[in-house]
Ligand binder design. Structure first.
Ligand SMILES: NC(=O)c1ccc[n+]([C@@H]2O[C@H](COP(=O)([O-])OP(=O)(O)OC[C@H]3O[C@@H](n4cnc5c(N)ncnc54)[C@H](O)[C@@H]3O)[C@@H](O)[C@H]2O)c1
Length: 471
């Protein structure tokens, strides 16, 4: 590690200093604002907000391989719904050992420890002494990779600490909550030579990987537009007293007006279009509906006197963002977790030769289809399914198997010493719409510049999720 690399602050220190910067009195918790929750501005549409690219302090991490190791040793921070489900994907791989677990809730680490032992592995070290105990997990010398599945405000400080302690790190979405934090993750990854990855499982869905391969094979012609979303009715869960560890997720709806979860929609489309690998996202313009859904749900379902009655929700029930790429392509992102609707990540791609739309999957490509009749997407499985899905036709685990496929591939890269399919530049790019959609909505849809986190390296073609099968 570079001698000048700063020491990691504790998570509490990060949160305290962030709250200080936010200004007192908002009553909205630690990350109130840099991009404060404000009444709609009446300012005229502004030019894109200038983004200053910080000076590079380390070499690029694009294409940098892992070291390679016979056994990959994993530490897991956060064992709630996600962490306690994902642990089974790590435990399913014979070359992976889960050596340390951390969560302030002791019963959760103990339950996860039982899973490790039941899988035939030695009992892991447990860290359950409060919010900062992840620092001790990160300081261990027998951990190669840290997986972070905590509430969103924990992703940045824990990823930061992991890298400063010499660990590769994979965080759940979103990678961080602010642009400055995304830049810091990029800089730290480059300085520490550790990979910091956003574990975007949706990139590994069977449909997404098939579309990816078809796009790269030219089946859509020249790519023109794509769309992705997180349209998932979470109202029951957001108000459940037991599902999440506290109300952290609902509270974000009192803080930011934009797209709180852009990664699931953006990651796959970014892959189709080779963002950071030949194209890049330049600007984002975002628009929001009124925020009514959560308050209406609360009025109908939540007893008066519940703490949620003190909350004022500001996140638009549906936000829609339009991104323009350097090649002139358009990407539409949507977010809606607070109104009734069937689940959809939209997952669409269009080009000069046709279009794919998901939910349900349908395709229309020339010369295969005609007369305005959608075609059968399944007909392309044999030729275009990704090798990972051919090798693992019925993968175990959640979300239709894509969680397992992602973990399998990442752990394979760590074992074989391959570059990861996605890196810190992708993590920052896929997350940037979160703070920038908020900024754009505050400015009545004014386009915001999306930083070039690669600092110019986006022009070069390189492998991504569309990987070749290792020999
Ligand atoms: N990729 C996906 O498909 C997917 C699905 C669900 C959730 N997620 C993400 O996973 C993350 C966790 O979501 P969840 O549903 O499991 O929430 P959760 O509330 O069930 O779990 C969060 C866990 O983190 C623990 N925690 C809080 N602060 C901590 C700290 N300082 N150190 C260690 N542990 C800490 C909590 O005690 C809790 O057990 C979120 O970022 C969410 O967006 C991703």
């Amino acid at each position: 590690m570079d001698e000048q690399t700063p020491r990691p602050p504790s998570r509490r220190t990060v949160l305290r200093s962030t709250a200080g910067a936010a200004g007192a009195g908002l009553g909205i918790g630690a990350l109130g604002d840099r991009t404060a929750v404000a009444a709609p501005t009446t300012a005229p549409t502004a030019a894109p907000e200038a983004v200053t690219t910080p000076k590079r302090r380390g070499a690029t991490m694009a294409g940098v391989p892992f070291e390679g190791r016979a056994t990959v040793r994993v530490g897991i921070v956060g064992l709630g719904n996600r962490g306690s489900s994902m642990i089974n994907n790590f435990l399913a791989l014979p070359w992976v050992r889960v050596v340390a677990l951390c969560d302030p809730v002791r019963t959760k680490v103990e339950r996860a420890s039982t899973s490790v032992v039941s899988a035939g592995q030695p009992a892991p070290a447990l860290y359950a002494h409060g919010e900062d105990d992840y620092e001790n997990l990160c300081a261990r010398t027998d951990v190669d990779f840290v997986y972070v599945a905590t509430p969103w405000d924990g992703h940045f400080p824990i990823a930061r600490t992991a890298m400063l302690n010499g660990k590769h790190v994979g965080v759940e979405c979103p990678a961080a909550m602010e642009l400055a934090e995304l830049w810091e993750l990029v800089d730290l990854s480059e300085q520490t030579r550790r990979h910091c990855m956003q574990l975007e499982n949706c990139c590994y869905g069977r449909n997404e990987m098939r579309v990816l391969r078809m796009a790269h094979a030219g089946k859509f012609g020249e790519l023109l537009h794509g769309a992705g979303a997180y349209n998932h009715d979470l109202r029951d869960l957001l108000f459940s007293p037991t599902y999440y560890e506290g109300p952290w997720r609902r509270l974000w709806h009192t803080r930011l007006r934009g797209d709180l979860y852009p990664n699931h929609g953006f990651g796959p489309v970014a892959g189709y279009m080779d963002l950071n690998r030949g194209d890049r996202a330049l600007t984002i313009s975002s628009f929001a509906t009124p925020a009514l859904g959560l308050a209406e749900y609360r009025a109908a379902r939540v007893p008066s006197g519940d703490p949620s009655w003190k909350e004022t929700y500001v996140t638009g029930d549906r936000t829609i963002s339009l991104l323009q790429t350097a090649k002139g392509r358009l990407i539409r992102l949507e977010h809606d977790v607070s109104t009734p609707h069937p689940y959809s990540r939209i997952n669409s791609l269009g080009g000069t030769r046709g279009i794919f739309e998901d939910y349900p999957a349908r395709i229309y490509l020339e010369p295969d289809h005609k007369d305005d009749q959608w075609g059968d997407f399944g007909a392309y499985a044999a030729e275009f399914d990704h090798w990972l899905w051919k090798e693992h036709a019925n993968p175990p685990g959640g979300h239709g198997g894509m969680d397992y496929i992602m973990v399998y591939r990442l752990m394979q890269c760590l074992q074989l010493g391959l570059p990861p399919d996605f890196d810190v530049y992708d993590a920052a790019t896929w997350t940037a719409p979160l703070p920038l959609s908020h900024a754009s909505i505050k400015a009545q849809g004014a386009p915001q510049e999306i930083p070039d986190f690669t600092r110019g390296a986006w022009l070069g073609a390189r492998a991504g999720v569309d990987s070749a099968k290792p020999s």
